[in-house]
Structure formats: C-alpha cells, structure tokens
Design a binder for this molecule. Structure first.
Ligand SMILES: NC(=O)c1ccc[n+]([C@@H]2O[C@H](COP(=O)([O-])OP(=O)(O)OC[C@H]3O[C@@H](n4cnc5c(N)ncnc54)[C@H](OP(=O)(O)O)[C@@H]3O)[C@@H](O)[C@H]2O)c1
Length: 312
C-alpha cells in the first residue's frame, strides 16, 4: 500500500526526515503552496531560498517564514519570470548565495489571465510558467551539478488536460485566445520540461498538487468559479488544504523511492498513472510525457530565450 495519499500533509511526508545541510530553492514562495513548501522544508532542517517578485513581497514572506520556523536559515532573491533579462540577473544573484543547489522547486505560476505578452512576444502564461522557468533552471544547472543527487520539481497541474503544447501557434497569434487552453498548454510544458531535463541528466519530475484555494484563482470570474464548483460536485473531488497541497512537492523533493527517477507525473504523494475513464479526476495525458514533444519544446524554448543549453 502507498505510504501517502491525497490527504497526506507536508508534516506527514517530512516526519523523521533531517534535511540539514541541504539547500532548497522555491520559486513563488511568497504565498500559497510555495510558501508552505518553503516553511515545511525549513522545519525539516533545509536551508531555504525563496523567490519573490519584489523586495517588499519577499521581505514580508521571509518575516513570516522566520516567525514560523525560528532558527531556520532563509534567504531570498527577486525573480520576475516574465522578464528574461531579470531572470538572468536573478539566476546569477542566486548563485552568489548558493553555489550548490540540492533541490529546485519551480513553483511560481499564474492561471487563466487575460491575453498579454512578454517582451519576447510569448503568451504570458507560457512565458511565465514555462519559458521563465526554462531559462532560470538551465542557468542554475552548474549549481545543481554541485549537488550529489540534485532534483528539480516542476509544478504542473491536472489542468494540463486542457491542452497540449500547440507548436504551430503557441502564442495565440493565429487562433483565438482561450485562457484555459493557455493555462493547459503552459502546464503541459512544465511536464515536458521535466522530461527534457531528465533526458539531459538533471532529474526532474512534474507535480500536480491537487486543488487548493490560493491566490492562483485571482483571475477567475464568478462564472469560472461556478463552473469549477459544479465540476467538483459532479466528479466528487475534494479541495486540499495548503498543507496537503504542498505535500506532493515536498514528497517529490525528498522521497527515497524517487532516487534516480525523473520524467514522471506525480500527484497525491505518489507516481501518477495514465488517465483513464475509471478514475476521471486523476492521472495524466500521455502528450505531457512524450519524448518527441519534449525535444520540440526544448528547441522552441532555446529559440525564445536566444541561447542553447545542451547541458552536456
Ligand atoms: N492552487 C491550485 O489549486 C493548483 C492546482 C494545480 C497546480 N497549481 C500550481 O501550483 C503552483 C503554485 O500555485 P499556488 O496555488 O500556490 O498560487 P499562488 O498562491 O498564486 O502562488 C503563486 C506564486 O507565484 C508567483 N508568481 C506569479 N507570477 C510570477 C512571475 N511572473 N514571476 C515570478 N513569480 C510569479 C506569485 O507571486 P505574486 O504573489 O507576486 O504574484 C506567488 O508567489 C502554480 O504553478 C500553479 O499552477 C496550483
């Protein structure tokens, strides 16, 4: 029987674990499940570096984390994922603080925002959730390689089922914008990036955390909320607490059974299965873990960031 499940919490997953001496980086840890991942990993002994979009935001989060875990070592860097020049500055700054990174949790994300584009012309959800993290992670590979067994955790979502990556028109230039398709495409990209990184020797897994009430829903309309509520009612899925929601991220970062394993879709503190009619609320669509699509996405991402990363 699996050790943990959908209701397991960060405290349960980390019980008895001593992460002293490990450096963990969590993006977008100023709220939601990123904050809880940072808090719980520090409570288990890790040195934790968070990112926030401004000094004011990360300072407030750092104070709250320090109050929650007195004596833990926290630090922060400013990171704005939609601005690739700033991502480069942030990655360089981070490596002055952490020449070795043991765990990188790429957690920051946005969902279902109105159409907007980054300076490079990327649709904002693709640009922020995937392209920003792509550049950030590739630039951090030298620090990850200083660790004996580094792991990358990419926050994806069951929302990947809304859409595969549309390689013909990823930025909605030739077809009408749909905020949920855009979220789905970005979250599929988070899965494919895990496959691409693993193929290059950096073990990475994708995580669906569950459905948790956080600031992620800031762009949802009343209509979206009602639809989501009725879907929840029909399929019988339960919302998770923040402690349950962050549990799969910290499981991905620490589970001994994941040693040497990457390119997986994780959910409910376990390894996800392909989606099936028997279990409509869980599982993944195979296009999210497809090796050819992962390579295509890697090439597209390199083109967008203007740099090649063979990671050899
Ligand atoms: N909550 C859920 O039900 C759910 C379900 C499936 C997947 N997820 C995934 O879980 C992750 C965390 O979500 P959450 O629910 O904890 O949401 P959240 O509370 O909104 O946290 C998201 C974090 O990302 C940061 N962020 C947003 N845009 C950014 C940017 N351009 N550059 C850098 N950081 C940025 C936010 O900073 P600001 O506060 O400054 O905007 C915040 O710290 C996301 O990747 C999301 O897709 C969540």
């Amino acid at each position: 029987m699996a050790k943990f499940n959908a209701t397991s919490t960060t405290a349960e997953v980390l019980q008895g674990k001593n992460l002293k001496g490990q450096t963990v980086v969590v993006t977008g840890a100023t709220s939601g499940i990123g904050f809880e991942a940072a808090r719980s990993l520090a409570a288990a002994g890790a040195d934790v570096i968070i990112t926030g979009r401004s000094k004011a935001k990360y300072t407030t989060a750092l104070e709250a984390l320090q109050t929650a875990v007195p004596g833990a070592r926290f630090d922060a860097v400013e990171l704005e994922l939609s601005d690739l020049a700033q991502v480069r500055t942030a990655a360089a700054h981070l490596q002055t603080k952490a020449p070795r990174i043991d765990r990188l949790i790429n957690n920051a994300g946005i969902m279902a925002c109105p159409l907007s584009r980054t300076a490079e012309g990327c649709e904002l959800q693709f640009g922020t959730n995937h392209i920003g993290h792509f550049l950030w992670t590739c630039l951090l590979v030298p620090a990850l390689r200083q660790s004996t067994a580094p792991r990358v955790v990419n926050l994806s979502s069951a929302g990947h089922k809304y859409a595969p990556v549309n390689f013909d028109d990823p930025h909605f230039e030739a077809h009408a914008y749909d905020k949920w398709q855009a979220y789905g495409q970005a979250k599929t990209a988070n899965m494919l990036f895990s496959v691409g990184l693993t193929a290059r020797g950096i073990l990475a897994n994708a995580v669906h955390p569950g459905a948790i009430m956080t600031n992620l829903g800031r762009h949802m309309t009343q209509e979206d909320m009602a639809q989501f509520g009725s879907q929840a009612h029909e399929s019988g899925f339960e919302f998770k607490t923040v402690e349950q929601g962050a549990a799969t991220s910290v499981w991905a970062a620490t589970a001994p059974e994941l040693e040497g394993r990457g390119g997986l879709y994780l959910e409910d503190c376990g390894i996800g299965e392909p989606a099936s009619e028997a279990s409509p609320t869980t599982g993944y669509f195979s296009y999210g873990l497809d090796g050819d699509a992962a390579e295509r996405l890697w090439a597209l991402s390199e083109e967008i960031v203007g740099e090649q990363f063979t990671l050899a």
